[in-house]
Design a protein around this ligand. Structure first.
Ligand code: PEP
Ligand code: MN
Length: 353
């Protein structure tokens, strides 16, 4: 950072700033101009509170040079992070395709949907067992029963599972079943939850808060990373704007911006980003073209009967078409959608139970 002193700053005021910076373990590089002095701070300034320095006597302004987040930034970690989840790579040359229902609604429903998603080309199964609903009267999720069905669907299809966790106290339970913990938009700044997810050592998908700046989002990721958990992926899921035609406004800019500022993989959620199934495909394709490392898409065999988010859910056949189209777009940006393995006999075994 650079501390710009007021023209009237006294020698003592300048000296006070320099000693405060040196006490924090940084070096100072003062430049005494004709009108004023500016002080360059050299070294790791993360322990210096720039707002506190800004309030000291004689200071005109403080100009930050480095980003306030460190572990999440590309500045400190130029190599892109690749996360491995049961053989699926997230952030590598292959795109990660995650799909499934908004909520887990029952055993057969989930396993059937999971098989349809896998046949269409998904590699990771999504499904909420603990649901963050705007109304307390709406379906809140099946809880641990839903987690058990997710584990069964993983067994049946071989797909790793991602599911949301909403409370720090539930992290150990959800981590027992899940392969990736999802932190939802409403909890992006739930710092106790971020710390607990960080401590679990599990891969975490961190959705952007619906009104969060990119800097706030990366600082939220920094909480998880600061617990020595480097398996964090970001997820753009749309932000609040004045536009009423869609549920949220998918911020396509966030993808190249986050890729430039951070080494963490970024996943696009065109389902919550638009709120209407007919816009999911176009926005998913745009996100791949913009450099996303994958997508997370809500799929339901009967969207009009879904217990949550039916309006934005794709039928499996529409999702299968979308995967084929994403394959074409992926080539243009030097990415690849991996081929699906042949269906295994195990599916019949599970379905026949
Ligand atoms: C979801 O994935 O179903 C969900 C609730 O997402 P978000 O946190 O983005 O609203
Ligand atoms: Mn949903």
């Amino acid at each position: 950072m650079i501390v710009v002193m007021k023209t009237a700053a006294t020698k003592n005021e300048i000296a006070a700033i320099m000693s405060r910076v040196e006490e924090a373990g940084c070096k100072v590089h003062p430049i005494h101009g004709e009108d004023r002095t500016v002080i360059g701070v050299i070294g790791d300034g993360t322990s210096i509170d720039r707002y506190q320095i800004g309030r000291m006597r004689g200071v005109e302004t403080v100009v930050p040079i480095s980003k306030p987040y460190k572990s999440a930034s590309r500045e400190f970690h130029p190599e892109s992070t690749v996360i491995q989840v049961r053989g699926v790579q997230i952030g590598g040359p292959d795109l990660a395709i995650m799909a499934g229902p908004c909520s887990v609604e029952g055993r057969t429903h989930l396993i059937e949907t999971a098989i349809a998603c896998k046949e269409a080309g998904a590699q990771i199964l999504r499904g909420g067992a603990f649901k963050p609903r705007t109304s307390p009267y709406s379906f809140q999720g099946l809880g641990e029963e839903g987690l058990r069905y997710l584990a069964e669907a993983r067994e049946a299809t071989g797909m790793p599972i991602i599911t949301e966790v909403m409370e720090p106290g539930l992290v150990p339970l959800v981590a027992q079943y899940a392969d990736i913990l999802q932190i939802g938009t409403r909890n992006m700044q739930n710092y106790a939850l971020l710390n607990a997810a960080g401590k679990s050592g599990m891969p975490v998908l961190l959705k952007r808060g619906m009104s969060a700046t990119i800097e706030e989002w990366l600082l939220a990721a920094e909480y998880i990373l600061s617990q020595h958990n480097n398996q964090v992926m970001l997820c753009e899921r749309g932000i609040r704007t004045f536009s009423k035609e869609t549920r949220n406004t998918f911020d396509i800019n966030a993808i190249p911006v986050a890729k430039q500022l951070s080494h963490l993989p970024i996943i696009a959620d065109p389902s919550h980003g638009t709120g209407k199934w007919e816009y999911v495909g176009p926005v998913a394709k745009a996100a791949i073209a913009a450099g996303a490392d994958g997508v997370i898409v809500e799929v339901h065999p009967q969207p009009d009967q879904a217990w949550s988010d039916g309006r934005q859910s794709l039928k499996p056949e529409k999702f299968a078409e979308l995967v084929q189209q994403m394959k074409v777009i992926a080539q243009v940006v030097d990415r690849n959608v991996p081929e699906q393995p042949e269906p295994s006999d195990m599916w019949q075994v599970v379905m026949g139970r």
